[in-house]
Ligand binder design. Structure first.
Ligand code: NOJ
Length: 575
C-alpha cells in the first residue's frame, strides 16, 4: 500500500467547461474559523485577523476553498462577537479595518473565498440604536426594537408568555420607560424590529456594504427568529421539555409565533434579491435555522430564490450507524433535490466537538469526514476537526461563555447529560485554542502570553505539526479526501444514489455519485463501514480509477473485491 500524500494536495477545485456551469457555492467546502481561538499574532491571548492571514496557506494546502469567520465586528464581546455594537467597525482585539481588507485580498489571492457572519436578528444593548431606543418612548429609534407594555396589574408581568431560545423569559423590563423589550437570545441582545422599514433597510445596507467589500457569502445568525407575530399572540403549550434538531419547540412551549414566521420565509427571498443585485461574482447565503429539513427548505424559496443553503443540524445527531446514516442521506436527498442543495455539518462553536460522541476514536472521525466530504452537499468543517481536536469538559462555574453564566444554577451532571444530546451549556468547551504544535499553548499564542481559554491538556500530542507528516493521521485523511473531492466533479456536484449491494451488511452505507450523462459521465462510489465487523464489498470497475481508504491510504487501483475493516471508509473515483 502506498501511504504517501498525493502531490495534488494544494490543487483547487477543477474548473472545466462542465464545472463552470455549476454555481461555485454548490461545489465548495467551508471551513469555520472561530477567530478568537485560531491564531494570535500580537500576544494578547486572543486570536486575530493577522493570525488567520498567517494560516491561509495551511488552509489552502488542507484543500478547503471557503473560510467562514465567526463575527469580529466591533462588540462589547458579551457573547464573543454575536453582540454587535458597530456593524461597520472591527473589534480592536481582532485587528483593524485594514487587516480585514488584507484578509479578503489574501484569501482571494489564493483562489479561495471568504464568508462573514451576519447577525441580523439583534444587536448589542450597547449599539447606539438601542441606547437611543431605550432612552425614551418618543425617541425616533424607539421602534427599532420591540417594546411593549407589561400585563396588568401595574405592567409588572411580561407582555406575553414567549420564551427565549434558551428557555427563559425573553422579555426584559426596563425601568427608564416602564416597558419591556424582546430578546430571542440573551438579555443583552435585543431583537431588531424588522416590521420597521427603516430597520430593514439599514440592515440590508450592512449586507450590501460587506458584499461590496468583496466578501463572497454570509452566514446568517438565528435567521429563523427574524420576524415575530405582529399581534404578539401567546405561544401555545407544548409537552416538549427541550428543543431538538428536528423541532425548535421546547421548554413546554410551541414556537409558533416566535420562530419560522411566514414573513421570515418571505424575507429570505427579499434578501436573496438584494444579494443578487450587488455587482460582482455570485455570492451565497447560508441560514442558521433549526427544525425538520422539510420546514427548513422553505427558507430556500419555492423556486430556489431564497437562501442558497441552510444548515442541516440533523447531521450532528444522526445515529452513528449504517441505518441511521442511510436514513439521514435519504431524507436530505428527498427534501433537497436539485436545484436545492443539502449541507453536512458535524460541529460548530455552539455544539460539542464531533469527535466526543465518537468516543475520541480516530478511525470513526475519519469515517465521518469521508461521509461529509463525499456525500452530496456542502461540507462545513469546524476548525480543529481536521486534527480530531478533543472536546474539553469545563464546569459551568469556570465558563466565560454567557450561556454558562445564564445556566450557572444547572448542576454539572445535568449539563453532562444535556451535552450527550448535543446541547452545550458551556460553549467554551468547544472553543479551545487551535492546536498547531507541541509548544506552549499549542502554538496558538506567544510563549509568555496567556490565552483567553487555556489550551486542551492534550495539545502537545494532538496538533497539526504532529500529524502533518504522518500518513495515518486524521489530518492526512482530510487532505487526501479534499484533494480527491477537488479533482472529482462527481464528488463535488454529482447526483447521489444510495446502493444496496447484495450480501453487504446494513452497517455499510454505499452510494454512487454521478456527474454528467452517458459516456461522458463521471462516477465515484463510496463505501462506509459503520461497524466493527469486516464486510466484503465489490469495488466498481471505473476507468482511470483512484482508490482511497481511510485506514490504508491510497490503494492499488486494480483491487476489485476488498474486505472493509472496522469503521473503514473507501472512496473510488475517476482520475
Ligand atoms: C447563534 C450563534 O451561533 C451563537 O454563538 C450566538 O450566541 C447566538 N446565535 C446569538 O447570536
Amino acid at each position: 500500500m502506498n501511504h504517501t500524500l498525493s502531490p495534488e494536495l494544494a490543487q483547487r477545485p477543477k474548473t472545466s467547461h462542465h464545472a463552470s456551469e455549476l454555481p461555485w457555492w454548490k461545489r465548495t467546502t467551508v471551513y469555520q474559523v472561530y477567530p478568537r481561538s485560531f491564531a494570535d499574532t500580537n500576544g494578547d491571548g486572543i486570536g486575530d485577523l493577522r493570525g488567520v492571514i498567517g494560516k491561509l496557506d495551511y488552509l489552502r494546502d488542507l484543500g478547503v476553498e471557503t473560510i467562514w469567520l465567526s463575527p469580529f465586528f466591533d462588540s462589547p464581546q458579551a457573547d464573543f462577537g454575536y453582540d454587535i455594537r458597530d456593524h461597520f467597525g472591527i473589534s480592536s482585539e481582532y485587528g483593524s479595518l485594514d487587516d480585514c481588507h488584507a484578509l479578503i485580498e489574501e484569501v482571494h489571492q489564493r483562489g479561495m473565498r471568504v464568508v462573514f457572519d451576519m447577525v441580523l436578528n439583534h444587536t448589542s444593548n450597547e449599539h447606539p440604536w438601542f441606547v437611543e431606543s431605550k432612552s425614551s418612548k418618543h425617541n425616533p429609534r424607539r421602534d427599532y426594537y420591540l417594546w411593549r407594555d407589561g400585563r396588568a396589574p401595574g405592567g409588572r408581568e411580561p407582555p406575553n408568555n414567549w420564551r427565549s431560545m434558551l428557555g427563559r423569559r425573553g422579555w426584559h423590563y426596563d425601568r427608564t420607560t416602564d416597558q419591556w423589550y424582546w430578546a430571542s437570545f440573551l438579555p443583552f441582545q435585543p431583537d431588531l424590529n424588522y416590521r420597521n422599514p427603516e430597520v430593514k433597510e439599514a440592515m440590508l445596507d450592512v449586507v450590501r456594504h460587506w458584499l461590496s467589500m468583496g466578501v463572497d457569502g454570509l452566514r446568517l445568525d438565528i435567521f429563523n427568529a427574524l420576524f415575530k407575530d405582529a399581534a404578539f399572540t401567546n405561544n401555545p403549550f407544548s409537552f416538549r421539555p427541550v428543543p431538538s434538531e428536528d423541532n425548535p419547540d421546547g421548554f413546554f412551549q410551541q414556537t409558533r409565533h416566535t420562530i419560522d414566521h411566514p414573513d421570515t420565509f418571505a424575507f429570505a427571498r427579499e434578501l436573496r434579491a438584494v444579494v443578487d443585485a450587488v455587482p460582482g461574482p455570485p455570492r451565497f447565503l447560508v441560514g442558521e435555522v433549526f427544525g425538520a429539513p422539510h420546514t427548513l427548505r422553505r427558507y430556500c424559496g419555492e423556486d430556489a430564490d431564497g437562501l442558497h443553503l441552510v444548515f442541516l443540524f440533523k447531521s450532528m445527531r444522526a445515529p452513528f450507524s449504517g441505518p441511521g446514516v442511510r436514513a439521514m442521506i435519504a431524507e436530505f436527498e428527498r427534501e433537497f433535490p436539485e436545484p436545492f442543495f443539502p449541507t453536512y455539518v458535524f460541529g460548530n462553536h455552539d455544539r460539542p466537538r464531533s469527535i466526543l460522541r465518537l468516543g475520541n476514536h480516530a478511525g470513526k472521525a475519519k469515517l465521518l469526514a469521508t461521509l461529509q466530504l463525499t456525500a452530496r452537499g456542502v461540507p462545513f468543517i469546524y476548525y480543529g476537526e481536521e486534527i480530531g481536536m478533543h472536546h474539553h469538559d469545563i464546569p459551568a462555574v469556570h465558563g466565560l461563555d454567557p450561556i454558562a453564566t445564564h445556566f450557572r444554577f444547572v448542576p454539572d451532571w445535568v449539563a453532562r447529560r444535556l451535552r450527550r444530546s448535543g446541547i452545550l451549556l458551556n460553549r467554551d468547551e468547544s472553543r479551545l485554542p487551535m492546536q498547531w504544535h507541541h509548544g506552549p499553548h499549542g502554538g496558538f499564542t506567544h510563549h509568555a502570553s496567556s490565552p483567553w481559554l487555556a489550551s486542551h491538556p492534550n495539545s502537545a500530542e494532538v496538533n497539526v505539526a504532529a500529524q502533518e507528516n504522518d500518513p495515518h493521521s486524521i489530518l492526512s485523511c482530510y487532505r487526501q479526501l479534499l484533494a480527491m473531492r477537488n479533482r472529482s466533479l462527481a464528488l463535488q456536484a454529482g447526483s447521489l444514489e444510495l446502493l444496496s449491494p447484495a450480501g453487504v451488511p446494513l452497517a455499510v452505507v454505499a452510494y454512487r455519485r454521478r456527474h454528467g450523462e452517458g459516456e461522458r459521465a463521471e462516477v465515484a462510489e463510496v463505501f462506509l463501514n459503520f461497524s466493527s465487523r469486516e464486510a466484503r464489498v465489490e469495488l466498481p470497475a471505473l476507468p482511470d480509477r483512484t482508490v482511497f481508504s481511510t485506514l490504508r491510504g491510497a490503494m492499488d487501483p486494480s483491487e476489485s473485491r476488498i474486505s472493509l475493516r472496522a469503521f473503514e471508509g473507501v472512496v473510488v473515483c475517476q482520475g
